[in-house]
Design a protein around this ligand. Structure first.
Ligand SMILES: Cc1cc2nc3c(=O)[nH]c(=O)nc-3n(C[C@H](O)[C@H](O)[C@H](O)COP(=O)(O)OP(=O)(O)OC[C@H]3O[C@@H](n4cnc5c(N)ncnc54)[C@H](O)[C@@H]3O)c2cc1C
Length: 432
């Protein structure tokens, strides 16, 4: 590792760190990017749906040029509400998702992260892999560098912490303690090999096109979370994520939970015959705005999962990480022009986050998780109700339709119309 000091040290070569490093290098800053994995992406887990717009803002037209390792452009997104042996599915399919900047692609993070970090290196970033940061170095109260597990020290005007959900750096800065089990979810995921033609036939896709499926209800065994199934080129990614405190209370391991998910009839036929290629698990920040740590200090910024930036209700995380990394990079570049890396100058980062979609979206959904988790109806009553109502609607049983309607009212009355209105009101924030 180079001994010379840097304008910025970025810790973590995930979407947040690479975005921050790349933006700063383009502005002519000398940047070191430190990654504990053997290579970028070696330890990273995502579903993975990549939202194109945020990456396009950093690497224009990345899907056309530059050989980004993308799996399938997503043309269909489906949601499934399931009981043990029935399910209601609704979704949306449109090739409009492919027009202009395509909405989203499935990716495999180990491949994608290596490509993305290579773009940063091409812009001048010095990437060091296999380097774990263990300490922050301070001088007269401000952060001036890092110390690695090997005892190397590295100094810079700014340290940008992009070290993911269990941010050691945010802890060392005194910004956070360890997350409470209610503030994080634990996701378990397998990549399962399937021929592309089998994927296209089972998921009803044209060659090369992709889809996403999220499954709520009985698959989470009464815990707060959901299962997902995304199509890659020649594999599917199947996963499940639930709140860590729920896993602890239930005493079930996520890997065992995933085995149960595989057996659900809404999923089993889609993955039949598929061979497991890899298993991984990872925490997901879910505390939202209420758990967000301070975002800056003298010579220090925090971005991405390290700052609890995720929007679980919309399956968004990597896009927030990319945008936050970009805004952190722009802030440091502006601080360099001013020759001032104090908290006052770096507070511009928080202003930029407020003007972006990140803080407004997190503000909007800050009470959503509590509303859902504190209301057991969402985990049991509503999945059953959805299936019972669908069953009535599609049954031809020789009874007049007005009898069906009466049955439907009877089902709804079990919870009461006022209670249903109260239950559903908070969900308006997850609707659009
Ligand atoms: C199961 C699952 C499914 C998900 N699905 C989606 C999805 O479909 N779409 C979506 O947008 N988001 C999804 N997410 C969320 C998304 O993965 C994260 O929001 C995103 O990866 C955050 O990026 P980041 O750069 O902040 O952190 P990370 O991607 O976690 O990167 C942090 C990096 O820092 C490195 N690091 C950590 N500590 C140190 C240290 N001390 N020294 C040096 N390096 C260090 C790590 O090795 C890692 O490379 C999912 C997450 C999970 C777990």
């Amino acid at each position: 590792m180079s001994e010379s000091s840097y304008d910025a040290i970025v810790v973590g070569a995930g979407p947040a760190g690479v975005s921050a490093a790349l933006i700063m290098a383009r502005q002519g800053l000398k940047v070191a990017l430190l990654e504990r994995g053997e290579y970028p992406g070696a330890k990273n887990v995502q579903g993975a749906v990549l939202y194109s717009r945020m990456l396009h803002e950093i690497i224009p037209n990345f899907w056309k040029e530059g050989g980004a390792p993308l799996e399938r452009p997503v043309v269909e997104q489906k949601t499934c509400i399931a009981t043990e042996n029935s399910w209601v599915t609704f979704g949306y399919k449109s090739r409009k998702f492919l027009e202009g900047v395509p909405n989203a692609y499935t990716i495999i993070r180990a491949r994608f992260d290596q490509w993305y970090a290579a773009q940063a290196e091409a812009a001048g970033v010095e990437l060091f892999c296999g380097v774990t940061v263990r300490e922050l170095i301070r001088k007269e109260g401000r952060i001036i560098g890092v110390k690695t597990a090997d005892g190397d020290t590295l100094e810079a005007s700014v340290v940008v912490a992009c070290d993911g959900v269990n941010s050691f750096l945010a802890q060392k800065a005194g910004f956070i303690d360890e997350w409470k089990p209610t503030e994080v979810a634990l996701g378990a995921k397998e990549v399962l090999a399937l021929d592309s033609s089998v994927i296209e036939e089972r998921f009803g896709l044209e060659p090369g096109e992709g889809s996403t499926l999220e499954i709520f209800g009985s698959v989470t065994l009464g815990m707060l979370g959901y299962a997902f199934l995304y199509t890659n080129k020649e594999s599917v990614s199947l996963g499940v994520g639930c709140r860590l405190s729920d896993y602890q209370a239930k005493g079930i391991r996520p890997s065992d939970h995933l085995e149960l998910v595989k057996k659900h009839p809404a999923i089993s036929r889609l993955i039949a015959g598929a061979k497991t290629l890899e298993y991984s698990s990872h925490l997901i920040p879910e505390g939202g705005l209420k758990s967000m740590p301070p975002l800056f200090a003298d010579g220090f910024l925090v971005a991405g999962d390290a700052a609890q930036m995720s929007n679980a209700a919309f399956r968004e995380g990597s896009n927030l990480a990319m945008t936050a990394g970009k805004l952190a990079g722009e802030t440091v570049a502006q601080a360099k022009v001013q020759g001032d890396f104090s908290a006052k100058t770096l507070s511009l980062y928080a202003e930029k986050l407020k003007s972006s979609y990140i803080l407004p979206d997190m503000e909007e959904t800050k009470d959503l998780e509590h509303s859902i988790s504190s209301n057991p109806g969402f985990l049991e009553f509503y999945p059953q109700l959805a299936c019972d109502l669908a069953h009535l609607r599609f049954s031809v049983d020789g009874r007049p339709k007005r009898e069906h309607l009466k049955d439907a009212f009877r089902l709804l009355r079990r919870r009461g119309f006022i209670q249903i209105a109260k239950d559903l009101w908070p969900l308006r924030k997850a609707a659009l």
